[in-house]
Design a protein around this ligand. Structure first.
Ligand code: SAH
Ligand code: F3S
Length: 435
């Protein structure tokens, strides 16, 4: 039998990109006869699935593909996929002529086409793949990512995503439910629903479909018997209405961790960002959530030094940090992006001020995490084990998304077991299985 062709893939960025890469892998292995390799030099096809949310990864891209080009074996192809592909398009082939094709974040289903079209550039953001049936592949047997929408209809003034992933289109609920059911029957007891703005689900479908909002979709997925846990990312604080919080709080299959991307604590800056909510609304939703679900963990995204951010605005962000006491914070210095309105705003903040604010925010959040540690010791959580770790450890997540490791081996994988926390860290904890 002839040797199968091999591909190497590197994935940057968000969960959506991780899922897009899984789709690419599925199409290549099942329709094109490829198999994966971890060794670049051995690959017949080298892919990089890019992120363009902040500037740094874009600059890194060209040096990285330059390295691919030097190390690749004779005749191997190089493809650039994802958001930077969407945003730069044919520019990529102009700057790096050795690139064989460019495949945008909304054109993943065309991977089998670009592969056979020299110098192909597929970056149409109006392209509709909301009903495309991808071949099936999941990188984890225990957890299944399921897309529920493509694109984003918000116009946050700092964000390039609507320009790289296009308008928001919801995937029909029956496709989502059948995909979740198939994955769960194969052992993925945890279903992770993905979209740029999940709780805006159901506003637009590409064909005639029964109307369904996100709360109803959560109910439908939770009715699948084999599904034990449901997670989702990212919801938008603006659409966290009472019905949604109620479903989140009372549905036992929905994991009790919520991502609430704050971006800024200043109502004035939120307005300039076009986020659609105020500091008070955000605090009200977070307080309501903590009241309804005492065990909930709340994570967030914060941008510091957005154009025009004064010391006072930044103090508002610090104030929200103090009051909500997030269990996890992803914080970023504002990065001006092409195609976005905020890049042209007056009062761009000097880099040193941005760095200072970022360090202050991160330092204070580190202290908050340290303050939380004492409470964690002795707690018992149901942990779903997913991964072997070096040193005879197995890692999994509690219902409220804490990363917990215990001593153990394969037999714990795919099981949900009560674990008592014995040592608490900032981002991960150690525990012992409760006999
Ligand atoms: N709707 C998606 C947002 C994707 S971008 C989600 O909620 O996951 C992920 C995060 O990157 C955003 O929440 C924001 O905090 C950050 N981000 C986006 N654009 C940025 C920019 N221009 N500069 C700095 N951070 C940015
Ligand atoms: Fe970006 Fe705002 Fe959508 S952060 S992805 S435009 S919700």
């Amino acid at each position: 039998m002839a040797m199968r062709k091999k591909f190497y893939i590197e994935t940057l960025g968000c969960a959506m990109n991780v899922r897009d890469s899984e789709h690419i892998v599925a199409e290549l292995t099942q329709k094109e006869g490829y198999e994966p390799t971890e060794t670049l030099e051995e690959a017949d096809l080298i892919l990089i699935n890019t992120c363009s949310v902040r500037e740094k990864p874009v600059n890194k891209l060209f040096s990285e593909i330059g390295v691919f080009n030097k190390r690749k074996k004779e005749g191997a192809k190089i493809g650039v996929c994802g958001c930077t592909a969407s945003h730069l398009g044919e520019e990529i082939i102009k700057r790096a002529p050795f690139v064989d094709f460019v495949l945008g974040a909304r054109n993943v289903s065309k991977i089998t086409k670009v592969l056979h079209t020299p110098k192909a550039v597929e970056v149409d953001i109006d392209y509709d793949e909301s009903q495309y049936a991808f071949a099936d592949f999941r990188s984890s047997p225990y957890k299944a990512y399921v897309n529920i929408s493509i694109g984003c209809d918000k116009q946050c003034t700092f964000c390039i995503v609507p320009h790289t992933r296009g308008e928001e289109v919801s995937i029909p609920a029956e496709l989502i439910v059948s995909e979740a059911r198939r994955a769960a029957r194969r052992g993925a007891k945890e279903i992770f629903l993905l979209g740029q703005n999940v709780n805006n689900y159901g506003r637009r479908f590409s064909g005639e479909h029964p109307r369904m909002n996100f709360t109803d979709l959560l109910k439908a997925v939770s009715e699948i018997e084999e599904v034990e846990r449901i997670r989702f990312t990212s919801p938008h604080p603006l659409h966290m209405d009472d019905a949604f919080l109620q479903e989140f709080a009372t549905n036992p299959k929905i994991c009790k961790s919520m991502h609430m991307p704050l971006q800024s604590g200043s109502t004035r800056i939120l307005k300039a960002m076009k986020r659609g909510y105020t500091k008070e609304w955000f605090l009200d939703r977070a307080a309501k959530l903590r009241e309804m679900v005492p065990d909930v963990s709340i994570s967030t995204d914060i941008i510091v030094a957005f154009p025009g951010e004064t010391d006072e605005d930044f103090e508002d962000t610090m104030d929200v940090l103090e009051r909500v006491r997030f269990e996890q914070v992803f914080s970023f210095k504002y990065s001006p992006r092409p195609l976005t309105p905020a890049q042209n705003y007056a009062d761009q903040i000097p880099d040193e001020i941005g760095s200072e604010r970022l360090s202050r925010l991160q330092a204070r959040h580190g202290e908050i995490l340290d303050e939380m540690k004492a409470d964690r010791i002795g707690q018992v959580h149901e942990v779903y084990f997913e991964e072997l770790r070096p040193g005879g450890m197995v890692a999994g997540r509690s219902d409220n998304n804490m990363l917990i490791q215990v001593e153990g081996s394969e037999e714990l994988l795919g099981k949900t077991v009560p674990v008592k926390i014995t040592e608490a860290g900032r981002t991960s904890h150690r525990g012992a299985v409760v006999a």
